[in-house]
Design a protein around this ligand. Structure first.
Ligand code: ATP
Length: 358
């Protein structure tokens, strides 16, 4: 007896070339059943190509794509237990909601009974909270409602994997946040595997169980959002996911990193050989104070961006350059809203600094 596969999607040494362009290069990836995974990376890094290979719209040039434990190479899109929500929704504008959602079911052979189609459409509309809109035409609906119709249409034939290609890109910021929560709730309720393509790191971090950070056709890190943010695998991930200060330094034989201004930092990396390194430091890991204290660097605030509950500062440090510092506001504190031109002390816990080979 074989046990049920725990991975819904697996890439084994997958490469995809379009002529001379290698879009995806030797990727290995495993997505557990029922997970919400985000493929995150800059434009052109190969996210959509990966999604299209899962969907069956593209075939790998090398390697294998497995779905629910079975090799899917060569299996056409319509034979896969997978459905896709496209960025532009690809709805029929002059059809009503029911006609759009039922479209795929009506193409099935042997034909489904009309009552079954109607029941399934009703269920799908309920899932996306559009039950009252069955007869509404697409061009009479808001962007958020159209997005939900596209979701209902993708869910109506009960796929085990749902692929989402930048599904919220067309929505304004507020609606996008609301839909992020809705999508996440829907995924939890349905328990099906979601693969989301996005270049928006905030979206990836806030919605998914796993973030797959990609660059130039390769996977840089596959981990939980917290892991990716707190322990980036390399400088690319540190830079791409969240903001990062980069400080040049030299890792010395004794294990300390000597920064350009002469100060030393204990290194947590025993695996690195001495030599040039880059220290990556999150802006919110840096403390800023009007009082100088012994452990701190001193600098001048050159710029301040007011963010409401926090403020973001550029601080020019002699011998180090400009550092970005994000400080939560504490309106009772004497450090609340430091002004450009002020002299400040900054400090950080060395444990929050990530050290990478330069
Ligand atoms: P975006 O965020 O801009 O959609 P992406 O990360 O999804 O980018 P892909 O669309 O997967 O990236 O493209 C990866 C690379 O493959 C790019 O260099 C792209 O130009 C190339 N590419 C994609 N599709 C084709 C195609 N049909 N023919 C030729 N090259 C292609």
């Amino acid at each position: 007896m074989t046990s049920a596969p725990t991975n819904d999607i697996e890439f084994r040494s997958v490469t995809k070339r379009y002529g001379a362009v290698t879009a995806v290069s030797d990727i290995n990836l495993a997505v557990p059943k029922g997970a919400f995974v985000a493929l995150l990376g800059p434009s052109g890094c190969g996210k959509t190509t990966c999604l299209r290979m899962i969907g069956g719209f593209e075939q790998p040039s090398e390697g294998e794509v497995l779905i629910a434990g079975n090799v899917a190479n060569g299996v056409p899109a319509y034979r896969r237990p997978v459905n896709m929500v496209f960025q532009q929704y690809a709805l029929f504008p002059h059809f009503d909601v029911t006609q759009n959602v039922a479209y795929g079911l009506k193409q099935l052979r042997p034909k489904l009974p009309a009552a079954e189609i109607s029941r399934r459409v009703g269920e799908a509309l309920e899932m996306v909270r559009l039950s009252g809109f069955a007869k509404r035409r697409i061009h009479e609906m808001s962007g958020g409602q159209q997005q939900r119709v596209a979701l209902a249409r993708a869910l109506v034939n009960k796929p085990s994997v749902l692929l989402l290609d930048e599904p919220l890109a067309a929505l304004d910021k507020k609606l996008r946040s609301a839909m992020q929560i809705e999508l996440q709730t829907l995924q939890r309720d349905l328990g099906i595997t979601f693969v989301l393509v996005t270049h928006d790191q905030e979206e990836a971090l806030s919605m998914s169980d796993l973030v797959c950070v990609m660059s130039a056709g390769s996977i840089r890190q596959l981990a939980t959002p917290q892991e990716v943010y707190d322990r980036p695998a390399d400088l690319f991930v540190a830079d791409f996911v969240g903001k990062t200060n980069r400080l040049d330094g030299v890792l010395e034989a004794g294990g300390a990193v000597r920064l350009r201004n002469g100060s030393a930092l204990a290194s947590s990396r025993s695996d690195l050989a001495p030599g040039a390194v880059t220290v990556a430091l999150r802006p919110e890991a840096i403390r800023l104070s009007r009082r100088s204290d012994a452990a701190a660097f001193e600098g001048i605030v050159t710029h301040r961006i007011f963010l409401g509950s926090a403020a973001e500062y550029s601080v020019s440090i002699e011998g180090l350059g400009d550092l970005l510092v994000t400080a939560e506001r504490h309106s009772q504190s004497e450090n609340d809203l430091v002004a450009p031109g002020e002299r400040v002390a900054i400090s950080f816990d060395p444990g929050t600094a990530h050290i990478f080979p330069a």
